[in-house]
Write a protein of this length. Structure first.
Length: 422
């Protein structure tokens, strides 16, 4: 068994302005990964600004008082690095990977964006167009791309958190104003609403000194890490037929789960691996390779701070297979899982595969920084990462049976059908 406490040292520090810092000094290669997370996502939006968290993921590359538009990427690339960003329901994360001798440059770039970003009318207009085009390409005009939008609307009560997709609403984005944008930035993009993870070839104390130098200069208050209150209001037992034109039928079936930290989500992740973890998984073996009713089938856990979902899906193999057939097949596989005579074997096989995945993940600083950042964001403690092996491998046949009995009630599920006209 891997002893993460020996292999992955984790050092935590909090600045006087309440910025949380986590340092993971792994000095195997001269690489450093920076993970800066702001505790803001689509959950923090409301009607009128739906999509602002995602919009700001783009706006933060529009330039500062010190770094002109487009220069951030150039500076990072010339230093031998790369960068990216992503937005979820409860956080927005900015990533950088550079040679370790460029750590100070990376900290300056990220702190400059935090303190000196210029939200101008021109920048807002430019990124509004980019985001609207992204929604058009990735949601409206992508086959089955609307399923997350429909799922949000069906699984949560209208105008409550999680009832819209992270991409946001085109009308809200189009009608956004500079005043609303600046208010959003001033509220959430503050050190007291952020967590910084530095993973790789670094010396802890000198790294703390550099972070204090670049991030410790301002202390304006922001919303606390809790992301406000739990205002989520779920809906159950809805079925919807998409009006989208699609080449093949498909079905998506979702079940409500508790908040991110609840251990039942770990069981959901485990079940996802048994049913859909690779080409030897049960769903692929049965629906794709065996019965050949699906071209693809899977399941994933959509973990969120206050209310998660377990989502099953299947896409037809040809036009003779209907969404109803796919739904029936998925239900049969789900119900069969708890009755399988080889469940003990499947559990042990999945544990070994997940341990291998963990062993591979900790070899790379970027993935490790992001994983540890998630523990800090949702559990409030970076060192909770040390429990990841236990969380992933304590599942047993009994816990799987209990989980299925508790959560996988088809009468309470959310179902979305896509129907082809072929």
């Amino acid at each position: 068994m891997i002893d993460l406490t020996k292999n992955i040292p984790i050092i935590t520090h909090r600045l006087s302005n309440k910025l949380d810092l986590t340092i993971v000094p792994i000095r195997k290669s001269p690489i450093i990964s920076i993970n800066l997370t702001y505790f803001v996502g689509s959950y923090n939006e409301y009607k009128g600004i739906r999509g602002f968290a995602h919009l700001f993921e783009h706006l933060m590359f529009e330039g500062t008082k010190n770094v002109l538009k487009g220069e951030f990427d150039k500076i990072c690339t010339l230093a031998g690095g790369s960068n990216n960003a992503y937005t979820t329901h409860n956080k927005t994360t900015y990533l950088m990977v550079l040679p370790s001798n460029q750590l100070e440059l990376a900290l300056w770039l990220d702190s400059d964006r935090m303190y000196n970003s210029e939200i101008t009318e021109h920048a807002l207009k430019n990124q509004k167009s980019v985001v609207i085009e992204e929604i058009s390409q990735n949601v409206e005009n992508r086959t089955y791309g609307t399923f997350r939008k429909y799922l949000a609307e069906l699984a949560y009560k209208v105008d409550t958190p999680y009832s819209w997709d992270v991409y946001g609403d085109i009308d809200d984005i189009n009608n956004s104003t500079l005043e609303l944008a600046r208010k959003f930035f001033d509220t959430y993009y503050k050190p007291s609403n952020a967590s910084l993870v530095i993973c790789g070839d670094c010396e802890p104390q000198s790294t703390i000194d550099l972070v204090e130098k670049y991030f410790g200069e301002k202390s304006e208050s922001a919303l606390p890490h809790s992301n406000g209150k739990n205002n989520v209001s779920v809906q159950k037992g809805h079925q919807f037929i998409s009006p989208d034109e699609v080449p093949l039928d498909a079905v998506f079936i979702a079940f409500h789960l508790p908040d991110y930290m609840n251990a039942d989500n770990d069981t959901a992740d485990f079940i996802s691996q048994i049913l859909a973890g690779g080409r030897s998984s049960l769903l692929h073996d049965s629906l794709v390779r065996g019965k050949q009713v699906a071209s693809s089938a899977g399941v994933f856990t959509d973990r969120r701070q206050y209310s998660s979902l377990l989502v099953f899906y299947a896409i037809a193999s040809d036009t003779s297979v209907t969404a109803e057939i796919l739904a029936t097949e998925l239900r049969n596989e789900i119900e069969l899982l708890t009755k399988r005579t080889d469940l003990v074997y499947l559990v042990e096989k999945t544990k070994n595969r997940m341990l291998t995945a963990i062993a591979n993940e900790i070899q790379y600083t970027q993935g490790l920084a992001d994983t540890i950042g998630n523990f800090r964001t949702f559990y409030g403690d970076s060192k909770k990462f040390y429990d990841v092996i236990e969380m992933m491998t304590t599942c047993s046949p009994d816990t799987i049976i209990e989980f299925c009995d508790k959560y996988l009630d088809f009468d309470s599920s959310i179902r979305i059908d896509y129907q082809s006209k072929g």
